[in-house]
Design a protein around this ligand. Structure first.
Ligand code: CS2
Ligand code: MG
Length: 405
């Protein structure tokens, strides 16, 4: 079997652009993959189309490991978020082909299944404690066993996961399609976050797992304080207490409390997270296969973490589309140290453009046992929704200095 075409498809069905590939073969079997990098979708698409695709024509799609290494090492300028997302898209499509040829779902080829379903969580937020509580109770009612909670910091419209959408700057950023420059300060945030969980435990009880995302905004000592202050509320984990570039500082955060820690959604390779694995400063790794080079790398990363009792919590927000979500789910279904999978149900139209993939049932994600990844692209529909410019927010401190989203 030979690769005959690598088609790059960029589509924005409902407010979020996705970067997709379709790899075709001379035997009629094809595979699909995704390499969306939120806010940089066209950079991945250009790399795929102009630099990577031509080198794949004529190759055996079954030689996944070799193709991966060829594209990685062969580039000389290897790694990085754009490159490894592009590799991920190709890698997923090749696994999809392999599964279709074998007549097996990808998780089966990887050694699974290891479980009946994938524990998943949902994001909740609100303007105040009451609103967050209502949302948490509603999600609990819907069957979610793990819920992430974020609240607006009063007077700080740029808080992560609970931005003040009434902020005129927020509205302007939407109409002008430029980054939202919200304001945020760590001190009021550090005070309100533990109080939110005190309130939630009182109102929503202890029969639900809760956790929180600090979005890499804190300094190591601030993160240590937050982990310590959250300790009484027994979070499943504290997400991204600091940015991953400060790996050595995770030791300081770790020593402050027994609050489990998760990190890694902006990490783009196993090499970056390796020190935190071997030093056991984390409990959950958040690197999505879609951003670290695909299914091949997701499986390897899980294997590296397993002897250290570190589990996966792969990133899976709205900017990971249904194909990227399927790739994460197949890895999760095949590994012993799966922890939890972030997942969102996209808009109906998005699921019409990218069909199939995992679905939510009674607190878990389920996967079909169809051969390959169990996802497809409706290309005609996809083409009707071209790329739209969109940015992530760029957060500033109260004095106007740059902080980061
Ligand atoms: C977040 C994301 O889901 C998460 O954990 O941190 O919403 C993140 O902000 C976006 O994926 C950025 O594109
Ligand atoms: Mg996050």
């Amino acid at each position: 079997m030979k690769i005959t075409e690598v088609r790059v498809i960029v589509t924005c069905p409902v407010g979020q652009t996705y970067t997709l590939v379709k790899i075709l073969t001379d035997e009629g079997v094809y595979g699909v993959g995704e390499g969306t990098k939120n806010g940089r979708e066209l950079a991945v698409a250009a790399l795929l189309e102009h630099h990577l695709a031509p080198t794949l024509i004529g190759r055996d799609p079954g030689a996944i490991e070799d193709i991966w290494k060829y594209l990685y090492k062969g580039a000389y300028w290897r790694g990085g978020p754009i490159h490894n997302s592009a590799l991920a898209a190709i890698d997923m499509a090749l696994w999809d082909i392999k599964g279709k040829v074998a007549g097996l779902p990808v998780y089966s080829l990887l050694g699974g299944p290891t479980r009946r379903g994938l524990l998943t969580y949902v994001h909740t937020h609100g303007r105040d404690f009451e609103e967050v509580t209502d949302n948490v109770l509603q999600r609990k009612e819907q069957g979610y066993r793990v819920i992430r909670a974020q609240v607006q910091t009063p007077g700080m419209p740029g808080g992560y996961g609970a931005e003040d959408q009434n902020d005129p700057d927020y509205q302007r950023s939407k109409t002008e399609r430029l980054p939202y420059e919200g304001v945020w300060e760590p001190e009021p945030y550090l005070q309100i976050a533990p109080r939110l969980f005190d309130h939630l435990r009182a109102k929503a009880g202890w029969d639900v797992e809760l956790f929180h995302d600090a979005h890499g905004r804190l300094t190591p000592i601030q993160a240590a304080r937050l982990a310590k202050d959250l300790e009484p509320y027994k979070l499943m984990f504290l997400e991204d207490p600091i940015g991953p570039e400060h790996a050595p500082s995770m030791k300081l955060v770790r020593q402050a409390s027994t609050t489990p820690l998760g990190i890694g959604e902006i990490i783009s390779s196993k090499y970056q997270i390796l020190p935190m694995i071997v030093e056991q400063t984390i409990d959950y790794m958040r690197c999505s296969p879609m951003h670290i080079g695909g299914i091949t790398e997701g499986k390897k990363l899980a294997a590296l973490a397993e002897p250290f009792e570190i589990k996966t919590a792969f990133h899976g927000p709205g900017d990971v589309g249904p194909i990227g979500a399927a790739a994460s789910a197949h890895v999760g279904m095949a590994i012993p140290n799966f922890g939890i999978q972030e997942w969102v149900r996209h808009a109906d139209l998005t699921h019409e453009v990218m069909t199939g993939g995992p679905w939510f049932e009674d607190g878990y994600l389920k996967l079909p046992n169809t051969p390959g990844l169990g996802v497809d692209i409706n290309e005609d529909l996809a083409r009707r929704y071209p790329w739209e410019r969109k940015y992530l927010p760029a957060i500033r401190r109260a004095d106007g200095s740059m902080h980061g989203y």
